[in-house]
Design a protein around this ligand. Structure first.
Ligand code: NDP
Length: 339
């Protein structure tokens, strides 16, 4: 049983060597009376929050730290091979919290909340478009920001798993949409594939405030925040009165020992802007509503979805750390097995 083991807690940027490949053995049968299930792991999701699990925290975190010497834990898609649990049957497909290994014996399968019933779409979609990134885009945009037709929407990390979907939801709603991304390829993709009205490479802008004024001469009604730091500071200066900021993530801060200060928070007061953070795990009750919204759009070909796929567990550490240098183009997925 090939596994990716978390070596030890880190500070700063994660490295491939913070994870090691190991081979263990596993009995492909669930012990009678154990209430456990045995799964074959198919698709692994690489998500920015996993960086916080690599740190030993002396306070409770929204996601518990990894255990040194144990497999990396993350969201993914798996197939049930054997079950002694009343809620799971052999052959069923599930998505939820799994481990970075080929096969897992799961003694508490409650984290595998989601059964996959619709298999007309690629199974890997349940790590992104039909998984937590999709739900995050939906909740962060629709539930928190109450968008209206004609409003101006700005999205950072525009071409990523969450960003590409927020952009398309905003276009469907009739908004003007601009995004920022870290390369020409991603900027082009945002416009040509995801339908953004405009996009720019933030790495080439020495003055983010001026860049935002170029794309939003009348200001921003809704900011979907994925990166934090200097971008947030510049956005605050460009928000319109009664604007909304959905704080989904702040990836520019995740590897810093000390988070950067934000200077323009007073704009929240003067412009009466509402900024609200959210954890997608608190909104799983909205998953059926989201699914009913998004599935018809997918089937009608109204959503374009880009994944960045690597094959085999051996490439999983590189894929995960690539999120923090922007190596991924679209949703980062690791294929362990296709069936
Ligand atoms: P992405 O697919 O967007 O991948 C991460 C991207 O972040 C990279 O490709 C890179 O794109 C960008 N990035 C990396 N480092 C920096 C940096 N220092 N400054 C600016 N941009 C950077 O990831 P997701 O779509 O999965 O996640 C996007 C955000 O949403 C993250 O902040 C994540 O933590 C958050 N999130 C929050 C959830 C919640 O429950 N609140 C749930 C899911 C995600 P580029 O090349 O364009 O810089």
């Amino acid at each position: 049983n090939k596994q990716v083991i978390f070596r030890d807690y880190i500070t700063g940027f994660p490295k491939e060597t913070d994870m090691v490949l190991a081979t263990g053995t596993i009995r492909l049968k669930v012990p009678d009376g154990s209430k456990a299930i045995l799964v074959k792991n198919l698709y692994l999701s690489c998500d920015p929050y996993m960086r916080s699990c690599m740190t030993k925290l002396d306070r409770p975190n929204y996601s518990p730290s990894f255990t040194p010497g144990s497999p990396i834990r993350g969201m993914g898609v798996a197939k049930v091979l054997d079950s002694d649990h009343p809620n799971f049957k052999e052959g069923e497909l599930v998505w939820g919290m799994i481990r970075w290994e080929e096969y897992s014996l799961i003694t508490t399968p409650d984290n595998l909340q989601f059964k996959i019933e619709d298999t007309d779409v690629p199974l890997s979609y349940y790590t992104g478009l039909l998984g937590f990134p999709g739900l995050s885009a939906y909740v962060g945009f629709y539930e928190l920001c109450s968008p209206k037709k004609g409003e101006n929407v700005f999205i950072s990390a525009a071409s990523g798993a969450v960003g590409q979907l927020v952009g398309q939801f905003a276009k469907i709603t009739g908004c003007y949409v601009a995004g920022s991304a870290g390369s020409k390829e991603k900027v082009d993709l945002s416009k040509s594939k995801f339908g953004f009205d405009a996009a720019f490479n933030y790495k080439e802008e020495h003055d983010l405030d001026a860049a935002l004024k170029r794309y939003f001469p009348e200001g921003i009604d809704i900011y979907f925040e994925n990166v934090g730091g200097k971008m947030l500071d510049a956005v605050l200066l460009n928000m319109r009165d009664r604007g909304r900021i959905s704080a989904c993530g702040m990836i520019s801060q995740y590897n810093l020992e000390k988070h950067e200060g934000v200077h323009n928070m007073f704009c929240l007061v003067t412009k009466q802007v509402r900024m609200e953070g959210f954890l997608v795990s608190s909104y799983t009750h909205l998953y059926p509503k989201f699914f009913d919204f998004v599935m018809p759009l997918i089937k009608q070909g109204k959503i374009n979805y880009v994944e960045d796929t690597v094959e085999d567990l051996v490439n999983a550490p590189g894929a995960l750390i690539g999120l923090f240098t922007g190596r991924n183009v679209g949703k980062q997925v690791v294929v362990v097995a296709r069936e």
